[in-house]
Ligand binder design. Structure first.
Ligand code: PRX
Length: 657
């Protein structure tokens, strides 16, 4: 089926699922939210912001005079960690569970809000003792354990800026992020449990810092999670547990300006260099908490919320470390993989903790769907009452499976569209209001202004498609790219004057609901994770064998897209090489080492030439045709039109990884 055809079919989706009467009656979000936001958008956001605790109240909601650099609530002062923890304890909720931690080996730990407060205060004092001051950067490279959240909260509490690097990234990726941010401290663990084994993390930190490679780093704070042997630099390394044991218990959270930086999170763009997306405090926390409460229908004190994202991604920031805690939610965090010890693990967790709200990615849903219903049927999932999806378009088939099998044909599904840059959810149904439609993210949230524009910047109507754009500033918007204001303007604000260009294609159906159609740039989305074609290409050409490389994202049934690479090998390398399979293995490992295992190409094709235009630009569109096994599109703009015959001829003879 052609892509256009598939989309057309989607747009004629007839199924609608209204929330039940009971759900509507007790829903957190009421239709008035839309009305209020429409009547006075800025006042609506100011109202949301006032739900936080302000050390000094703000008087101005938005200053957009230096667009695209926004300032929200900027004469106010607040402390993010105080909002996430102290105020709940002060309100008498100290005994409420904040975190149910489930380790992969089966160990469990429970933190009440009071426990969390004690830990975060001590951790803040450890940071201060290590000389961390407001504005200093701290890199966090950790498994999904409570200490990761405690570390993030402690960094926020003292007004420092964290840069969490996903534990699956390589030493090289970690080093470049530490260097770019100029991090003074790295917080890590000896290892974490994954797939039934201890997987070491500290060696990657040692490698990243070796030979004075990251001169800004003064200390490394190491949580003992697995007890694996680690190398130790006694002038630099400290055990978290030892420092916490002697840390002062009291710490008074001070207010910081609402535009004080909170974190940097690196994400792939269209060049080889990841962008450090910068978020600040007041606007970010306002929108993270507002969306978390309304989109997931959070009834604090009753619900048990579980978001399966790792803290290494934006979802793990906004919907694990900040939004839920700001709302006083009780949440589950799980360290390991869904298949350990078997594919029943997640459902066992849902049953064990009576999870009521589950937020995960379509890739995971499709993986379970492939296994069939039997695995799930052994568990009692009747506690679930809201389901969320994030990271990539969810196909209607997976949506229906999610609803029927996980949600007992009853729980509303919220398909949430947003990005690292947007900081919080932007497009989503509201569970007690919207008639849900399988596969569509549907409508902008109250307070958010979205348009779909054609290439000339004209808004398109119902039934038409174009580029997704955000036409008004929003509180949790990125405030820039760390150290690169020009790239910030160029990437997001130059396509359409004064309007944020998201990089996604989208279409309105006849009802005016929004369908996301994937990226329109050279960014791939693999299992809901953003990867850059340019970054993987530069990793490939850094190998001695490779003369040239082109990478495309090809459609994949489970992961949404998969990385497919086309490489030209150097003549000098050809003699020394074994089979194509060996070469492919070596190159895949090389990419894993350079970037991380998530970036490993699924398939590597060794080719003699790449399709290029006369000006030398690689035509990825044609390579995508090959990778997705489709007839090759228009080749007339190629410098050498026979190249595609050679490539596709070779593919049909069965080149593979
Ligand atoms: O293409 C969109 C896709 O993920 C991109 C953002 O990736 P990242 O910054 O890593 O954040 C992922 C988690 C928020 C978007 O540009 N995307 C995200 N959510 C959806 C989505 N595509 C379709 N539907 C979604 N619900």
């Amino acid at each position: 089926m052609s892509v256009e055809h598939e989309i057309e079919n989607l747009l004629h989706e007839q199924r609608r699922f209204a929330p039940s009467k009971d759900f509507v009656a007790s829903a957190v979000a009421k239709p008035e939210l839309y009305e209020k936001a429409k009547a006075d958008r800025l006042e609506f956001w100011a109202d949301q912001a006032r739900k936080l605790h302000w050390h000094k109240p703000f008087t101005q909601t938005l200053d957009w005079s230096d667009a695209p650099f926004a300032k929200w609530f900027h004469d106010g002062e607040l402390n993010v960690s105080y909002n996430c923890i102290d105020r709940h304890v002060e309100a008498g909720w100290g005994k409420r569970v904040a975190l149910f931690f489930e380790g992969e080996p089966g160990d469990r730990k429970v933190y009440t809000y009071l426990d969390l407060l004690k830990e975060v205060k001590k951790a803040a004092n450890v940071l201060i003792k290590l000389g961390i001051e407001p504005g200093d950067r701290v890199a966090i490279y950790m498994p999904m354990i409570p200490e990761a959240i405690i570390a993030m909260q402690a960094v926020a509490r003292v007004g420092a800026v964290h840069s969490v690097v996903f534990g699956g990234f390589s030493a090289d990726s970690l080093a470049s992020r530490i260097q770019d941010a100029g991090a003074k401290l790295v917080i890590t663990a000896d290892g974490g449990y994954r797939k039934g084994k201890a997987s070491a993390l500290k060696p990657a930190v040692d490698e990243a810092l070796a030979n004075g490679n990251c001169p800004s780093v003064e200390n490394v704070l190491v949580v003992k999670r697995c007890g694996n042997e680690v190398d130790w630099d006694k002038n630099r390394d400290l055990w978290w547990e030892e420092e916490m044991a002697v840390a002062d218990a009291e710490h008074v959270a001070q207010g910081f300006n609402a535009e004080h930086p909170l974190f940097i999170l690196y994400t792939s763009g269209t060049t080889g260099k990841p962008k450090g997306i910068l978020h600040t405090t007041g606007g970010y926390l306002t929108q993270a908490s507002y969306t978390h409460k309304n989109v997931f229908d959070l009834h604090e004190g009753q619900d048990v919320y579980w978001c399966t994202a790792d803290i290494g991604w934006i979802t793990g920031h906004s919907y694990v470390a900040y939004g839920p805690l700001a709302n006083g939610a009780t949440q589950v965090i799980y360290e390991g993989t869904p298949d350990s010890p078997d594919w029943g693990r997640w459902w066992d967790i849902v049953q064990k903790y009576s999870v009521t709200i589950l937020y995960t990615a379509p890739t995971a849903i499709r993986s379970f769907m492939k296994l069939g219903r039997t695995v799930v049927s052994h568990y009692d999932l009747s506690s679930i009452r809201v389901l969320g999806s994030v990271g990539e378009p969810i196909n209607p088939e997976a949506w229906m499976w999610y609803r029927e099998v996980i949600g007992s044909n009853n729980a509303p599904i919220v398909d949430t569209w947003w990005q690292t840059e947007t900081g919080a959810i932007m497009i989503s149904p509201l569970p007690g209001i919207t008639q849900a439609k399988p596969g569509s993210a549907q409508v902008p949230l109250p307070g958010i202004e979205i348009k779909i524009l054609d290439d000339d910047g004209h808004p398109v109507d119902k039934g038409h498609g174009g580029l997704l754009a955000i036409t008004e500033p929003w509180p949790s918007m990125l405030r820039g790219i760390w150290g690169d204001p020009e790239r910030f303007k160029e990437t997001y604000w130059s396509k359409f004057e004064g309007i944020y260009f998201a990089g996604d294609g989208a279409k309105f159906d006849e009802d005016g609901d929004i369908w996301l159609l994937g990226r329109v740039d050279d960014v791939m989305n693999v299992s809901g994770h953003r990867l850059s074609t340019a970054e993987i290409e530069s990793a490939l050409v850094s190998h001695a064998y490779v003369a040239e490389a082109a990478v495309v994202g090809a459609k994949d049934e489970t992961t949404g897209q998969a990385v497919v690479a086309f490489v030209i090998l150097k003549r000098s390398a050809l003699d020394g090489l074994g089979s194509e399979a060996d070469t492919s293995k070596i190159l895949r490992e090389h990419v894993a080492k350079e970037i991380g295992p998530i970036a490993k190409p699924r398939t590597i094709f060794v080719v003699a030439e790449l399709p290029k235009t006369r000006s030398g630009k690689i035509m990825r569109r044609l390579l995508r045709d090959v990778a997705e096994d489709r007839p090759i599109g228009d080749v007339t703009t190629l410098a050498d039109t026979s190249v595609m015959d050679t490539i596709s001829g070779r593919m049909s003879q069965g080149a593979s990884d």
